[in-house]
Design a protein around this ligand. Structure first.
Ligand code: SIN
Length: 279
């Protein structure tokens, strides 16, 4: 089987590219999957427009890129435990993921990548921002990079910055483990297992401190890194349309769901793919 070649159009200088000419609802040749994966490694987050993906197709697509796993706190949709709704309804005020983060870094093996498909979006608003963590690392001074080489960040699922953003979803779709505390320790700088590049790996949503230091001792350096790692020149912004799909690499990119569509609804579905233990 062969698929026609697709076009890659970067959407910003730092990261992000739209891929045009791929119909993800069709069976994809191994070569096409390989080329999409390479585009993900090159651009950190990739986007597709106007895809018609039933939950079955969405899941089978995700499985071409890795092993789909269940999100720890929110139940999957009926018949598909690996797919969660990321919804904000007209009367709700809090949006899921409205804080800079890499997904679930409080797991020992945080997800490698995430797929998010837009089912219904407001006419304007509800964009998602992404930030390149290779650039965040590479633009630090040599001294600070040296210091970070010896530090491990502690991530907790209970940090208020993140836990308040999932309250509405836990209320409606919470899993049995919704209130469980999960904590994991990872290098503050990780080496990407496929590209070999180093990326800053702390995030405002989940990192509470450095191992061996108190939260108070850790806070000033963490605060500096949280502000540095999302500098505008490291970011891109994606404007959703119904049927658009994003795939991002959690090992080297962070994301932030913008909450600027009060009174309107935004309905998305999400799958995460198993990752490895960061090194
Ligand atoms: C998320 O953090 O997975 C949600 C991103 C979004 O809804 O844009």
């Amino acid at each position: 089987m062969r698929n026609a070649p697709f076009e890659v159009r970067p959407i910003a200088g730092a990261l992000g590219a739209e891929l045009h000419g791929v119909d993800l609802a069709r069976d994809l040749a191994d070569a096409t999957v390989g080329a999409i994966r390479q585009a993900l490694l090159d651009h950190l987050v990739i986007f597709f427009r106007d895809q018609e993906l039933s939950p079955e197709r969405f899941l089978s697509l995700a499985r071409r890129f890795g092993t789909a796993i269940e999100y720890p706190f929110v139940k999957g949709i009926d018949g598909f435990p690996e797919i969660i709704n990321v919804t904000k309804l007209e009367h709700e005020t809090i949006n899921f993921g409205g804080v800079w983060h890499s997904d679930t870094t409080y797991l020992e093996e945080p997800p490698m990548a995430t797929l998010l498909v837009a089912r219904e979006v407001p006419d304007a608003g509800g964009d998602t921002l992404f930030a390149n963590q290779y650039l965040a690392y590479e633009t630090l001074s040599e001294k600070l990079r040296g210091l970070l080489a010896g530090l491990r960040g502690v991530s907790s699922s209970a940090k208020a910055d993140a836990s308040r953003t999932r309250e509405d979803r836990i209320r409606t779709d919470g899993s049995a483990a919704a209130r469980k505390l999960l904590v994991a320790e990872h290098p503050a700088v990780r080496t990407h297992p496929e590209t070999g590049r180093k990326a800053l790996y702390v995030n405002r949503a989940h990192t509470v401190g450095f191992a061996g230091m108190t939260e108070e001792e850790s806070a000033p350096l963490l605060e500096y890194l949280f502000r540095h790692q999302i500098r505008p020149e490291f970011t891109c912004r994606f404007r959703w349309t119904a049927g658009a799909l994003a795939i991002w690499d959690n090992r080297c990119a962070q994301h932030y769901a913008v909450n600027d569509y009060a009174g309107r609804r935004r309905i998305m579905q999400r799958i995460t793919l198993a990752g490895d233990r960061p090194n």
